[in-house]
Design a binder for this molecule. Structure first.
Ligand code: ZN
Length: 139
């Protein structure tokens, strides 16, 4: 029984604007707040690095204490690096908002989704690609 099928729509529509202007504005505000927070953390950490533990140097003489101070520095440096990376990611996210490509996976192009962006406003990848990335990177 021949039934005329309506040809399936082939039109490739551009990705739907997944995020409303309001949502983007909210995420943008989150990112800006994050950047402010990170910049403060940054100067905080730098101050910690810059200040020599001279005050303590008199009380704790060398030995293990010295080693511990060096370890503390390493920790501050690690924190700084981490925070720098986050800062860059947040700034990139803002750039992507301005370029109108925000909210889409940089790997496969699917929309990342508001739920994920609200937790991770600077997410560049969808959950799947992020997973794959981590597996590739990881051990
Ligand atoms: Zn993806």
């Amino acid at each position: 029984m021949p039934q005329t099928q309506t040809p399936s729509r082939q039109t490739v529509s551009p990705p739907p604007p997944d995020l409303t202007d309001q949502e983007v504005a909210r995420l943008k505000a989150m990112l800006k707040a994050r950047i402010r927070e990170l910049s403060e953390q940054d100067s905080d950490l730098r101050a910690r690095l810059a200040s020599p533990p001279s005050a303590k140097a008199n009380t704790f003489v060398a030995g293990t204490e010295g080693a511990m101070a060096a370890e503390a520095d390493d920790e501050v440096i690690a924190l700084l690096q981490h925070e720098q990376a986050e800062l860059v990611a947040a700034q990139h996210a803002l750039e992507r908002i301005d370029n109108g490509v925000y909210g889409y996976c940089m790997e496969c192009g699917v929309s990342i989704g508001l739920a994920r962006l609200e937790v991770l406003p600077d997410a560049q990848l969808c959950v799947d690609c992020q997973d794959m990335m981590e597996h590739r990177k990881g051990r």
